[in-house]
Design a protein around this ligand. Structure first.
Ligand SMILES: Cc1cc2nc3c(=O)[nH]c(=O)nc-3n(C[C@H](O)[C@H](O)[C@H](O)COP(=O)(O)OP(=O)(O)OC[C@H]3O[C@@H](n4cnc5c(N)ncnc54)[C@H](O)[C@@H]3O)c2cc1C
Length: 613
């Protein structure tokens, strides 16, 4: 099975991505240039990623106290990806980019996520550099971002701490001005940073010449106290190795030390680290590790943007990262679907029941002939292809936000606000379920490491946890996104759904009616959840709300895709129509149960005293 026809269908037949050519930024692009990018990524993923997916799972990163060793295959894949130009694909020509629409970039990256999500394709590096291109000074862009785009340096995002995961307002890493002249450093106001960052992906390795950490920390007030809440958080560049204003390494190691690697359930090809900043392991610039608290005087750090605006800047990276996480979850779902489809076509087991029962003298059938196996295949297809369509639709909104008229850009911005929690969370939950079904189709074999599906499930299990847990995404959706700007984002989304229902009125009448009804139910639940309620009551069932909202969105996406097929009668079109029908008949009706507890603000869980558990 090849992913390419599905990607081509969604990009060209459904989203009409070539129409972006009319935008000034994309005039040099055409179907040919888009195809060339997709061809290259498909080939690199096939040659440098897919064959090594199991190897990076079994040969976990190893730390000998000095260096982290990764398999050679990871180095080769990193190099091939950097050389493809994908790290700066969306950037301007003048900084070496391709001015590629984000929609095509996201589609191209899907090939890597499917081939080996855990080798990774530089999402953190390009996200880190993209952030600096927006919030950094000219020199920060030149020295840090451009070297990340070329692959010479790599990037991280350092938000989480052992005691501050979901609650970033509790960040304790502190940054103090470095000397009287701290503001005159050409690379940005210079601070000394101390603290511990937990769970940092790609925090240590030898893949690149340098690692550029983007770190959230607090600048103490005049009394030396950390400002409570997120307002006190600032953003800093902390290079692993110090550089001069030409981006050359100065030969000084910054005081960023690997305290240890985390040993994960999946996604094992990427290092995951606990980093100590400024504890004196690598005393830097004139201090010998003898600060007041016995530690060093801190890692050298350069302020990005203004003090106190760290989280706002970081959100730039987090939104991109959330679409990236959704895409990763989606492609793992797709990988499991293809693997189990292939298995089901080849595994003989059981015989069909005829009028006189089963005839044991007849040969066994392949399991794809059993209705229950078909159900599990169609569920995987509906979750994964639906999620891919949504991710690409959202990527297209990003392009609209960047290149559309002021009015269209604003509409795209609001739609993205509402859709981002779904783009991240729907695939994290349901493409994980798809992976579970892929294991089920393999029977006992699926539960062994001789087949790839158990690894897909383990790799995918992360996605409901990082970049904002499922629970946090749900509260963001119900507590903020559907309410913001007087509910305008939700209203705009509803209009798009109604437009799809209207055009599908004749060809898909029952589905169009079901979508209208689902939308009505979501609207009522949103109102009833908040009707005179305290936030704690309204949000107590935020996750069922997220589930219902996500299912409504994917039903809409499937109806739009199915309608666009017209009278195409190819096998692929039949499959897509069936996936749409499956979603409306087997999945969408679930929203009733989810929304009932939201509407009634059911207190069964919230009010149960601890002792009763
Ligand atoms: C493999 C991996 C890679 C990661 N990569 C990075 C990285 O590169 N950079 C980075 O900064 N971080 C990274 N993270 C950290 C990740 O973002 C956090 O794990 C996540 O934000 C959750 O924080 P936590 O683990 O401390 O869990 P907690 O915040 O303690 O949450 C535990 C549970 O409590 C729930 N919960 C918490 N607060 C509330 C609340 N107010 N209301 C209701 N429920 C609540 C959560 O939903 C969750 O189910 C990574 C994590 C992992 C596992």
């Amino acid at each position: 099975m090849s992913l390419r026809p599905t990607v081509d269908f969604l990009l060209h037949d459904w989203l009409k991505v070539e129409s972006l050519q009319s935008r000034e930024r994309f005039t040099d692009h055409s179907r040919e240039t888009f195809d060339a990018v997709l061809d290259t990524c498909e080939r690199i993923a096939r040659e440098k990623y897919a064959p090594f997916n199991r190897l990076v799972d079994t040969q976990e990163p190893h730390f000998d106290g000095e260096k982290v060793t990764l398999p050679q295959a990871t180095h080769d894949a990193y190099k091939a990806y950097a050389e493809s130009g994908m790290l700066s694909a969306a950037q301007d020509y003048e900084v070496g980019g391709m001015q590629l629409p984000y929609t095509v970039e996201a589609a191209a990256n899907a090939f890597f996520a499917m081939a080996s999500v855990s080798i990774g394709s530089g999402m953190l590096t390009s996200g880190n550099a993209n952030l600096l291109m927006v919030h950094g000074t000219d020199l920060q862009k030149q020295v840090f971002a451009l070297n990340e785009f070329s692959g010479r340096f790599s990037g991280t995002m350092c938000l989480s701490e052992p005691q501050a995961g979901s609650s970033l307002s509790d960040v304790m890493t502190r940054a103090t001005p470095d000397g009287a002249d701290f503001e005159s450093d050409a690379l940005g106001a210079r601070y000394r940073l101390k603290g511990n960052k937990m769970w940092i992906s790609s925090g240590e390795h030898e893949l690149s010449e340098n690692i550029i950490h983007l770190v959230l920390a607090k600048i103490p007030d005049a009394n030396g106290q950390l400002v409570p809440g997120v307002k006190g958080i600032s953003l800093f560049i902390v290079p692993k190795k110090l550089v001069d204003t030409d981006g050359q390494l100065t030969g000084e190691r910054n005081d960023v030390a690997l305290a240890g690697l985390n040993h994960k359930c999946g996604w094992r090809g990427t290092t995951n680290t606990l980093l100590n900043f400024g504890e004196g392991k690598y005393p830097v610039r004139g201090e010998a590790g003898g600060g007041l608290d016995g530690a060093g005087s801190g890692a050298v750090a350069y302020l990005v943007g203004k003090p106190g605006e760290g989280l706002r800047c970081m959100f730039h990276m987090m939104n991109e990262a959330r679409i990236g996480v959704g895409m990763a979850a989606t492609m793992l779902g797709m990988a499991g679907y293809y693997a189990s489809l292939d298995y089901a076509k080849n595994r003989p087991q059981g015989r069909p029941s005829g009028a006189g029962g089963k005839d044991a003298s007849r040969p066994q059938v392949r399991i794809i002939e059993h209705a229950d196996i078909k159900r599990m295949l169609l569920a995987q297809k509906a979750y994964s292809e639906g999620a891919l369509a949504l991710a690409l639709y959202s990527a297209r909104l990003v392009d609209e936000q960047h290149t559309g008229t002021a009015e269209d850009a604003d509409v795209a911005r609001l739609l993205l606000e509402v859709l981002t929690p779904i783009v991240k969370s729907f695939p994290s939950e349901w493409c994980l379920e798809a992976n579970s079904l892929a294991i089920q189709i393999h029977g006992g074999y699926g539960y062994t490491r001789d087949f790839p599906v158990e690894q897909y499930w383990r790799d995918n299990r992360l996605n409901m946890i990082h970049e904002g847990t499922h629970g946090i995404q749900a509260m963001d959706l119900l507590g903020r996104k559907v309410l913001m700007e007087n509910g305008r984002g939700l209203q705009l989304l509803a209009e798009r759904m109604m437009a799809t229902a209207a055009k599908a009125e004749t060809s898909w009448a029952p589905e169009a009616a079901a979508l209208r009804d689902a939308l009505k139910q979501v609207g009522q639940a949103t109102q009833q959840a908040w009707d005179g309620a305290e936030p704690a009551q309204a949000l107590a069932n935020a996750v069922p709300y997220l589930q219902a909202f996500g299912h409504t969105v994917i039903a809409w996406i499937w109806l739009d895709v199915a309608h666009s097929l017209g009278d195409d009668n190819s096998a692929a079109a039949q499959g897509r129509r069936a996936a749409c029908r499956y979603f409306f008949r087997y999945e969408l009706p679930k929203i009733g149960a989810w929304l009932n507890v939201v509407k009634s603000r059911d207190p069964t869980c919230a009010d149960l005293p601890e002792e009763a558990f």
